[in-house]
Design a protein. Sequence first.
Length: 407
Amino acid sequence: MFSIGSTLGVHMEPTAAFPQPRTCPYRPPFGYAELTEQAPLHRVELHDGKLGWLVTRHTEARALLSDSRLSADRTNPNFPLISARGAAVRSQPPAFIGMDEPEHGHYRRMTIPDFTAKRINGLRPRIEEIATQAADQLNAAGSPADLVVNYAVPIPSLVICEILGVPYSDHEFFEDASRRLMRAADEHEVAAPRAELLAYLDSLIDTALQRPMPGLIGRLAGDQLTRGELSRELLIGIALLLLVAGHETTASMITLGTVILLEHPDRLAELRADRGVAPDLVEELLRYASVADTAGARVATADIDIAGQRIRAGEGVLIPNGPANFDPALFPDPDEFDIRRGSRNHNAFGYGVHQCLGQNLARLELQIALPLLFERFPTLRLETPASQLRPARADTIQSIDELIVAW
Ligand code: HEM
């Protein structure tokens, strides 16, 4: 509750907890709904004792995510760290996700040709082929089987390998290292998988410098790195970002999307009756699951007055997409999983200059993978009841590590 003294940042006591753990693995924590109802901005205490701001309404989230006075620079000592593992982002190799303009745009533009809507649409036949192979793999595993390793991970993993030029024969190595990186509890646990991935990408760049290599990494190594327009450290950082972001999040959406559909048989019946609803269905799934609901951390570089509060220069601002995606002002009855609501204004891919580079790709992969799964396995069901699935820790991309399905 805010007193008069709370306006313009005078009131310093924390009024909310962040990040909150999920109780249901496929939707944001229920506790955020009350915060969204109370106010758009809340004071939170971060794990290191620093105070920051939590933004829980869609309008303010979008206004702040597109405000150039907020910085994504993780090397700033005031960048908000939401947990002990958050400290690891400081020592991450540089990549444009942690940069501000003009550097951010400069380096992001080097990767854009591989992710335009036209280029991604051109991948449709190949993604369909890859998804069909993954369905064959799941079928060959025999009922019951783990959907995560046999279907949800292989599709985005093979697709991002082909875009980047990473040999898919190495997939077990980097999928395992990425998983350990994402699940690490602290800086100490992050160190080993990060070092393994960096060494791997470093040697891949050596290969690309020796002979022409297809894909984005080979192109950036042969052109920008050779011409001195991109440092080797930055190329490794960008490759790491794309490799990990390129398969973890989408794999998680395929897994959680499957659970949500099995838990909402009426909606699943709509998909079965008309595959044409897939694009709307995918948008609603992205809103509902909000897998990156701790993304959107920033630090203020100037005082910002918003919604009767003053965010002071140097303060951390957390703009998670979970609460914004369940803001009833934009999404009436947000708990309803409703594929007819027109959810495209969700913030699941963030907003502003850092809005997800891979969103066209992720959308297409989901639009192909989910309908295909239910076509190939019409009797698909969960072996473990959804209520017994354990959500991920609060401070990371939301996912479940194993989903045993039968058919
Ligand atoms: C359903 C899947 C995905 C979700 C939910 C998701 C979510 C997000 C979010 C919320 C951000 C913004 C982070 C911020 O503002 O700090 C982001 C940025 C980013 N995503 Fe994704 N993402 C997905 C798939 C992908 C894929 C397939 C790629 C592959 C290339 C990718 C690459 C990136 C990159 C490079 C950025 C940083 C963009 C920048 O800073 O300019 N993502 N993503």
